[in-house]
Design a protein. Structure first.
Length: 301
């Protein structure tokens, strides 16, 4: 740890804990969106710190596409059992079975966009008025537009041109019936900050983030892990590669990077020199220049 100047992490931690406590103060029925990825794990860690020694005063919720990495689900379930926190799981497959959405077809089909309906249905059913998420402004240009407290109308939609000022970290959580907020406590963190914090706090993370051998296919400049969820063209043959994942999401969209990084220190050194954002390997973000912003306007995370 002596190789890094980590004093700024204390400031980021303090800011994030303040935001999380503001959620508990201003809202009646919040929830923490949990995917099993590093950012949501850090948010969970911060929430535990925010209310320690008491328990976290709100549940966690995972919107499960049904196409998740098995390693992520195993890690999620083990962590929930270890911490004794309440986890709500809502399934995209159930939304499909109910006829609420139609599944995409074809080689590049994905359930990423379908998550929006599942999420909005869950918010409506369980009457959540604030959803805490692990999005960061450095991830993607649409997310760079977000406030800490991001207002959603009664259709769950986001208007990037009509956001509330947050001067001196004063957050306005007022809303009308049927509206809700998305709250992003680690908005000001970078990917490097997250990894340095994970190392500093000795936070457990899924093994997918570390280098491992995996059967993969190369598609449109992206390395995808081979799976039964990924239909393959005749020209696509799986090959064993040494890879790791910088993000963890739906297996049909989340790209890997070839990497020998087997420790958090290795990952930090790798992140320090890369010129590609961590979402640069996400197939769902490459569908159009504004794909993320379009999804967020519809109610995506």
């Amino acid at each position: 740890m002596s190789n890094y100047n980590l004093t700024h992490l204390k400031e980021l931690e303090s800011e994030s804990i303040y935001v999380i406590r503001e959620v508990a103060s201003q809202f009646e029925n919040p929830v923490l969106l949990f995917s099993g990825g590093k950012d949501s794990i850090v948010c969970l860690h911060l929430a535990r710190k925010a209310f320690f020694p008491a328990n976290i005063p709100f549940p966690l919720m995972h919107i499960d596409t049904g196409h998740n990495f098995p390693e992520t689900i195993d890690f999620r379930d083990q962590l929930m059992e270890k911490l004794g926190v309440k986890l709500i799981v809502k399934s995209v497959q159930s939304t499909i079975d109910q006829g609420r959405v139609s599944e995409e077809t074809g080689f590049d089909a994905s359930r990423i966009r379908l998550q929006t309906t599942t999420l909005l249905d869950a918010i409506e059913e369980l009457k959540f008025d604030a959803c805490i998420g692990g999005a960061r402004r450095d991830e993607e240009k649409a997310r760079a537009k977000e406030r800490f407290f991001s207002h959603r109308d009664d259709f769950g939609q986001w208007d990037p041109k009509n956001q509330r000022p947050e001067l001196w970290n004063i957050f306005n959580g007022r809303k009308n019936v049927g509206e809700h907020f998305r709250v992003f406590p680690i908005s000001n963190w970078t990917e490097m900050d997250v990894w340095q914090y994970i190392m500093q706090e000795k936070i457990e993370i899924p093994g997918l983030y570390f280098s491992h051998k995996r059967a993969c296919i190369r598609r449109n400049g992206i390395i995808l892990g081979d799976s039964d969820f990924l239909p393959k063209r005749d020209t696509e043959t799986p090959e064993e590669l040494t890879v790791r994942f910088r993000t963890i999401g739906d297996m049909t969209s989340t790209g890997a990077v070839e990497s020998p990084a087997s420790t958090i220190e290795d990952i930090i050194n790798e992140v320090a020199v890369t010129r590609i954002t961590e979402r640069g390997g996400r197939a769902d973000d490459k569908r159009s220049e504004a794909s993320m912003e379009d999804r967020k306007k519809e109610g995506y995370f």
